[in-house]
Design a binder for this molecule. Structure first.
Ligand code: LMR
Length: 334
């Protein structure tokens, strides 16, 4: 009797009895950051909502901190169907052949979350997600993280202070060019390896939003950090298109709803989580946090914005222009 009542209730929320009675559909959601970050928390929120809205017809298993796959492997695993959901940083789509996502890595292209969200939550964002489909990938949402600071073991007050330093970057040609622009030596490395590389001196420094720096304890092995806000790091939530399209329609509807709400949540907590992480770094007393003056910030901008022009042929001049149009950024006004 109880089971019958439960089934009636579930049918009422839109799920067929068949969808509910079968074994749960397992969605593996793999990511590389700590659970206590904007992405980690949003993944948990998606799990909670997806399981609730499908009344258990879907089970979401979240694997944080590269426990299942590291950066490069996770993309392959998604395409092979070994994992169903990822939220890679927008800087990691180049190796997949979708270079346009590197537009988000252009230094200083967004002067805050408001400008960024005009792009990610608007038509340009939708057009970008559609570019993933020929790769067998469906883009579901953009999740925010935050704006990056440079860190190293010596002070960074001006672009010249980065000269000659080995700097860890994500796998983006725009980030590579950004580092070359200030004559530092970019080193592409998986996120899971950065702490150790900093600790052992394999690299001298890096760039991160504060939530990533703090939750990986990178501040314990970096004496200096400068609040340059020189670039953005955020995510595209992606799934295997064949898997997603093959879901029972009523299940997909509930998952779309769970994703939409998790996206609102992710983008609400991102700034707050990064601010809290910065306070955590400050409180640790291990890293000196430097706030550049307006003149110093202008010098970083002047040094790094030429990267936009240099990367035009890779990313597409039209795409860059369409972002300038949305955000009002004008490189001529520096
Ligand atoms: C990084 O590799 O630095 C970031 O992409 C990690 C992440 O997923 O935020």
């Amino acid at each position: 009797m109880k089971i019958r009542a439960l089934l009636v209730g579930l049918v009422a929320v839109g799920l067929s009895a068949a969808a509910v009675a079968a074994d749960p559909i397992v969605i593996k959601f793999s990511h590389v950051v700590a659970q206590d970050t904007p992405k980690g928390k949003a993944a948990e929120k998606f799990k909670e909502l997806a399981e609730k809205y499908t009344s258990g017809a879907v089970k979401v298993e979240v694997y944080a901190n590269s426990t299942l796959y590291k950066d490069k492997e996770e993309m392959e695993a998604l395409q092979l169907g070994a994992v169903q959901l990822l939220a890679p940083s927008l800087a990691k789509f180049g190796p997949l052949g979708v270079r346009e996502f590197e537009v988000f890595d252009l230094p200083y292209i967004f002067d805050g979350y408001e400008a960024l969200n005009k792009v990610t939550q608007g038509p340009v964002g939708q057009q970008l997600l559609a570019k993933l489909e020929p790769k067998g990938i469906k883009g579901l949402a953009f999740w925010d993280n935050g704006f990056k600071s440079f860190s190293a073991n010596s002070p960074i007050k001006k672009p010249e202070d980065l000269r000659g330093k080995k700097m860890r970057i994500q796998s983006s040609k725009v980030l590579e060019e950004q580092m070359r622009e200030v004559k530092s030596l970019p080193q592409v490395m998986a996120f899971s390896e950065v702490y150790q590389a900093l600790q052992t001196g394999v690299v001298d420094g890096t760039e991160n939003p504060h939530s990533n720096l703090y939750t990986q304890k990178m501040h314990e092995v970096q004496k200096h950090m400068t609040l340059t806000d020189h670039g953005y790091l955020g995510y595209a939530v992606i799934t295997n298109k064949k898997f997603w399209d093959g879901l029972p329609a009523e299940v997909r509807t509930q998952l779309d709803k769970a994703m939409a709400e998790s996206t609102v949540y992710a983008n609400q907590i991102a700034k707050e989580e990064n601010d809290k992480a910065l306070e955590g770094v400050r409180a640790s007393g291990k890293t000196e946090i430097y706030t550049p003056t307006a003149e110093e910030k202008a010098a970083f901008k002047k040094a790094l914005v030429p990267v936009h022009k240099k990367m035009e042929s890779r990313i597409g001049a039209d795409l860059i222009q369409s972002i300038y149009k949305e955000t009002g950024f004008d490189p001529a006004k520096l």
